[in-house]
Write a protein that binds this ligand. Structure first.
Ligand SMILES: [Zn+2]
Length: 218
């Protein structure tokens, strides 16, 4: 989290304005000095807490994608309170979903489970966007299904965006971390991009980040 603190400070020094994805879209997808931080909460909801603390410290915002059909229960007391605290800090809440995977494994229809997930999450938070998740890497990827059906789905469910749509990705440098095999930036390094002033869309996974050590959220 010290490293992320340095990223936030550098972004502010370079004149970047943090925006939620909805704000980035509403503001016209500017290619200059916007930073849309996206957090995909795959596992360990408690790992979100230091992000909210840091965002409050720097007075910045983010977009948090939360799972409904994931390995944690969004309604379990500490999970809900961590997510609610993020919403109270100004984070936009979206749905992090693996609908095609879920529907394939359970022999049902992806749209039905999408409706179920949205209905539950929207009973807790306003939800305008979704980001696909993969549990089994690329075997039942939901993104092609979302792409193919986005016109209908976005209208039927009142969704403003999904996290990989071209209008979000094309004006920015997309930055994300991953295991290759060690934790690293998959492409651009944020400190390099900031020198150019180009807008940044940065995806992070809270369970990989820590304050003291990598197992503090167990
Ligand atoms: Zn994910």
């Amino acid at each position: 989290m010290d490293y992320l603190d340095r990223i936030f400070r550098a972004a502010k020094e370079h004149g970047y304005q943090f925006q939620t994805l909805s704000e980035f879209i509403a503001g016209g997808h500017s290619s200059e000095r916007k930073l849309a931080l996206r957090l995909d909460l795959d596992f360990k909801p408690a790992s979100l807490k230091p992000f909210v603390t840091l965002a409050r410290k720097h007075h910045v915002t983010a977009t948090l994608f939360v799972r409904v059909c994931g390995p944690y229960n969004v309604l379990w007391y500490p999970a809900y309170s961590a997510i609610k605290d993020a919403a109270d800090a100004g984070f936009e809440i979206g749905l992090h979903t693996a609908v095609v995977e879920w529907a394939t494994i359970n022999g049902t229809d992806p749209e039905h489970i999408l409706a179920t997930e949205l209905s539950l999450l929207r009973s807790l938070f306003p939800v305008r966007g979704i980001a696909p998740h993969r549990d089994v890497n690329y075997m039942h990827n939901s993104l092609p299904w979302l792409h193919d059906n986005w016109g209908d789905l976005s209208q039927r469910y009142g969704l403003t965006y999904h996290a990989y749509q071209e209008s979000i990705l094309s004006p920015v440098n997309y930055i994300n971390e991953g295991l290759s095999p060690h934790l690293c930036w998959r492409g651009d390094d944020p400190f390099d991009v900031m020198k150019t002033g180009r807008s940044i869309y940065m995806l992070l996974h809270p369970h990989w980040w820590y304050v003291e050590h990598a197992f503090e959220h167990e």
